[in-house]
Design a protein around this ligand. Structure first.
Ligand SMILES: N[C@@H](CCC(=O)N[C@@H](CS)C(=O)NCC(=O)O)C(=O)O
Length: 279
């Protein structure tokens, strides 16, 4: 396994670094970013929060806009942010911003032409943590979080791999993708028309039947343009009620879908994860 460092920036006493590597699951070169807090330079193995971004994003949006480094440095938590899809000239793409490159939806595609590269579920669940835990001074204590499409990814991945994550959080997640335009478009393309094959990638359906629980925190702005048609947090809330899932859903007056919202509440999410990563 080789990785190539492409940038290094000191931040709050720790280091923000970007790397590229040849991904086995995605069958192409991938980029990810890691923030290593100061504690990681002192011989300590630190826990990791994986961050999954939303539509149109790369590894950079969260690291540049959320203001997470100060609190990650205080709490001694590393942050890993992968890109949101496979990339490259020979990787299938679509003209829409909500399908193809920048829109991998954290699924394992089964349909041509997507299945050759679009295996983001495997990449995030298996390949990336293996790589991170073998190459960096981190422990195997993991939490996962994300925004919008990445909030969907984080919730699905945590619920399907409950033993691997201490906690999960999401900003403005696509909560019920089988039932909204973004989700229907992507799941049809990546998984085919048989909706039975979509259920394993739907946070609300998974939460409703869950028997193993990963503590979950979700924040949602009430001024979010995508709230009613695409995000549907009420479906997640109803599912949590049905299964007794430990979900805290906070609605916030006036906040929209942007990183201004994420930056406003990222400290609370980091403290939530820190309390579970310490257990
Ligand atoms: N481009 C789309 C929406 C894309 C969008 O809002 N992307 C969110 C995630 S779903 C994002 O994080 N964008 C990048 C950013 O704000 O840095 C539109 O304008 O309708």
């Amino acid at each position: 396994m080789t990785i190539e460092n492409i940038s290094v920036n000191k931040s709050f006493g720790g280091w923000h670094k970007q790397y590229t590597h040849q991904s086995e699951s995605l069958n192409c070169a991938m980029r990810f970013a890691i923030y290593l807090p100061p504690q990681a330079s002192n011989g300590q193995k630190v826990p990791v929060l994986y961050w999954l971004s939303g539509l149109t994003c790369t590894d950079e949006n969260f690291m540049q806009k959320a203001g997470v480094q100060a609190i990650a440095a205080e709490l001694g938590i590393a942050i890993v942010a992968p890109d949101t899809s496979p990339r490259g000239e020979d990787v299938a793409d679509d003209d829409g911003y909500d399908l193809g490159q920048g829109a991998g939806f954290y699924v394992n595609a089964t349909q041509a032409p997507w299945s050759r590269h679009y295996q983001m579920y495997d990449y995030v669940v298996n390949e990336l943590p293996r790589l991170i835990e073998s190459m960096f001074p981190v422990s195997d204590k993991r939490s996962i979080a994300g925004h919008s499409m990445g909030g969907h990814g984080a919730l699905v991945i945590a619920m399907r791999n409950a033993a691997s994550y201490q906690s999960v959080s999401a900003f403005s997640p696509i909560s019920n993708p089988v039932n909204c335009p973004w989700g229907k478009k992507a799941l049809t393309a990546y998984l085919g028309r048989d909706t039975n094959n979509w259920a394993e990638y739907d946070a609300s359906l998974l939460m409703r039947k869950a028997t193993e629980f990963v503590p979950a925190l979700v924040d949602q702005g009430e001024g979010d343009n995508f709230l009613v048609e695409q995000l549907k947090p009420e479906m997640l809330q109803a599912a949590a009620k049905a299964s007794g899932y430990p979900l805290t859903l906070n609605m916030h007056d006036g906040y929209d879908h942007s990183y201004y919202f994420i930056a406003s509440f990222i400290e609370q999410h980091m403290r939530f994860h820190a309390s579970h990563l310490r257990d």
